[in-house]
Write a protein that binds this ligand. Structure first.
Ligand code: CP3
Length: 346
């Protein structure tokens, strides 16, 4: 198995900089569409053989250094008792948003094997299939990000309903977040037990919070998850706070082995501010994949140069690859990262 990814997470020396790509299994790949066309997105998540198949696609097609489980951060919320739909134009929708005490009380904590067995089964299949290839990353959403979907009933522009609950009904908000946190701890422990070799926590929308609100309404729950996992496993934990440059002084205290960064921060500044005990992941603008080849190469070189002082660096995009991206360009990116980072070491 190629172990550069795990080594970089732990801050060990690597021969080259490992790369994986957020949303690497997805709609920019024609091979994904072939499998996806057989049913809905949720059906795909719940079919271990097919979910494993699309997980492997970017490993074989692009040559990335880690696989990420094919699923969605919202899948466990459905099993808490909040029906979930993915609508073709709107994306995820929760038709019964969680906004009052009765709704919070009604939420349960799913058992990973009983209720989310298809995720655990996908992980077990993947570990067999990946044995001589690359490590497998499991994942969850972070409690704030997950809560926004439950409270808003789907995606949101300004998070009005979420922030109103935070400010007007803080007790209700904290009860909801406690339940999501408990669910996430059990779910991630289940993934680790099933064989995930690293875990990423996606805090996709946390950048909308003022630093003082992050401290009160988001950070404690992330810290609780990381602490609970550290008690049972030493696999690397990656925390990705999207649009989180303003939160860095706090996110570096959350206990993660790796912090993920989006492109809105200069990576050398991130390296300086996280210090010597945390590895970094990121941070090329996903749309930089539309640069012509020579400019893409220069951009890759820039990211690698900026990451030089880091304890460990895992190359990634600053957010998910977009469906319009070209698979050939994504493959070129992987090859550039490998070649240039080897040259820089030599
Ligand atoms: O390759 C991988 O990264 C693994 C699979 C994965 C998906 N979603 C598949 C997916 C992962 C890790 C996610 C995480 C996820 N899901 C996040 C966090 C990462 C981020 O982008 O910030 C979030 C916020 C979601 C919620 C979600 N899922 C939305 C908003 C949408 C619709 C909009 C969109 O980007 O497609 C989804 C659907 C989704 N999740 C698709 C895929 C491949 C597209 C579904 C389809 O095939 O129609």
């Amino acid at each position: 198995m190629r172990t550069e990814f795990l080594k970089a997470c732990k801050g060990e020396k690597t021969e080259y900089t490992p790369i994986w790509i957020m949303r690497q299994a997805g709609r920019y790949l024609p091979e994904y569409h072939t499998v996806r066309s057989k049913g809905t997105f949720l059906e795909l998540c719940k079919s271990p053989d097919r979910a494993a198949e699309v997980t492997l696609q970017p490993v074989d097609i692009l040559g990335v250094d880690a696989a990420i489980l094919f699923s969605d951060i919202l899948v466990p919320l459905e099993k808490m008792g909040a029906p979930l739909e993915f609508q073709e134009k709107r994306g995820p929708v929760f038709p019964n948003p969680i906004r009052d005490q009765a709704a919070v009380n009604a939420l349960g904590i799913p058992d990973p094997e009983e209720d989310l067995g298809y995720v655990m089964e996908t992980i077990r299949i993947l570990r067999k299939e990946l044995a001589d290839k690359v490590p497998l990353i499991g994942f969850s959403g972070a409690p704030f990000t997950l809560a926004t979907y439950l409270i808003e009933g789907g995606s949101s522009k300004n998070y009005l309903t979420t922030k109103r609950m935070m400010y007007e009904a803080p007790e209700l908000y904290s009860q909801l977040l406690d339940k999501i946190t408990e669910c996430t701890i059990v779910y991630l422990k289940g993934q680790a037990a099933a064989g995930a070799q690293a875990l990423q926590i996606f805090d996709s929308w946390v950048g909308v919070l003022a630093p003082c609100d992050y401290r009160e309404f988001a950070r404690p729950y992330v810290e609780r998850i990381i602490k609970a996992l550290k008690e049972v496993t030493d696999i690397p934990l990656i925390y990705f706070a999207n649009n989180g440059a303003t939160l860095l002084d706090q996110t570096r205290e959350c206990g993660a082995d790796v912090l993920g960064f989006d492109w809105r921060i200069e990576l050398d500044e991130a390296v300086r501010r996280v210090g010597p005990n945390i590895s970094i992941q990121g941070n090329m603008d996903p749309l930089a994949l539309f640069l012509p080849e020579d400019k893409l190469e220069a951009r890759v070189r820039r990211v690698l140069e900026q990451a030089k002082g880091a304890r460990g660096h895992i190359f990634n995009l600053g957010h998910g690859i977009v469906p319009e991206a070209s698979p050939a360009k994504a493959k070129l990116l992987v090859d550039l990262v490998h070649r240039i980072s080897r040259e820089m070491r030599g």
